[in-house]
Design a protein around this ligand. Structure first.
Ligand code: PEP
Length: 254
């Protein structure tokens, strides 16, 4: 693994400006507590990105956006383009988080367009996938996640696909305190990597970072991150605490 380690914090629509600033300053000033072998990324709310880019200027922590539109300019009131994000120093952008799929009805096709638009301006898409509890219990969860991957990612070239980060986030584990077991997570991570290898080759599949997301905390991170195909974490709740976030980043086995 080595170059695939990523620890990412999705702050969602939490914290006002002052609270967010305090958190980002805490993270920036405790850089030594973070794992220097892992890329650390934070995804604050959109309005704060510009100021936070300045605050992180001399730091290795990368800045991510939680969303973007598919066009680079035009009459799309309220949207933010990949080009605009790029001009703010954004390096990563979430695509297809389950909350956006659910509350904003984002479908496979839109997500595929967002990924292409981000890659065009050299922003790394973090493509989220994962099944709801009902799908898990109906036992078609493997097919369900494979379809999410195929429909939104498989029209990319191997070079472009290798630039995408995938986050497997079982929806039943997001914000619920109920984590997938390391075996449950590894099963899907392995399937994803194998499925990519089948169509795009082993080299592409092995170069990609596949993160786990869903109630990852300091007390379960070690076991999850020890799995062969789990390269890092996309962390919601626990990323709002700089100490917990740093602890998760140092939970990789030697
Ligand atoms: C998320 O929102 O991507 C997430 C994984 O949240 P939490 O860690 O709070 O479950």
């Amino acid at each position: 693994m080595n170059n695939r380690k990523i620890i990412a914090g999705n702050w969602k629509m939490n914290l006002d400006y002052n609270e967010s600033k305090e958190l980002i300053q805490n993270i920036a000033s405790s850089e030594d507590d973070f794992n220097s072998d892992a890329e650390v990324v934070v995804f604050p709310s959109m309005p704060f990105l510009s100021v936070f880019h300045e605050l992180l200027k001399d730091n290795n922590v990368r800045l991510g956006a939680q969303n973007c539109y598919v066009k680079n300019s035009g009459a799309f009131t309220g949207e933010t383009s990949p080009t605009q994000l790029k001009s703010l120093g954004v390096s990563y952008c979430l695509v297809g988080h389950s909350e956006r799929r659910d509350y904003f009805t984002e479908d496979y096709e839109l997500l595929a367009k967002k990924i292409k638009a981000l890659l065009e301006v050299n922003i790394t898409p973090v493509f989220c996938c994962g099944e709801k509890l009902q799908v898990r219990e109906s036992n078609v969860y493997k097919e369900f996640v494979m379809r999410q991957i195929e429909e939104s990612l498989f029209s990319l070239s191997p070079q472009d696909l290798s630039k995408v980060v995938i986050a497997y986030e079982p929806v039943w584990a997001i914000g619920t305190g109920k984590t997938a077991t390391a075996e449950q997570a590894q099963e899907i991570h392995h399937l994803i990597r194998n499925r990519i290898a089948k169509d795009f080759g082993e080299k592409t599949a092995n170069s990609m970072s596949i993160l786990y997301g869903g109630s990852m905390k300091p007390d379960n991170a070690r076991e999850l991150l020890a799995q062969k195909d789990i390269d890092g974490g996309l962390i919601g709740g626990a990323s709002l605490d700089a100490d917990m976030f740093a602890q998760i980043s140092t939970s990789y086995s030697e």
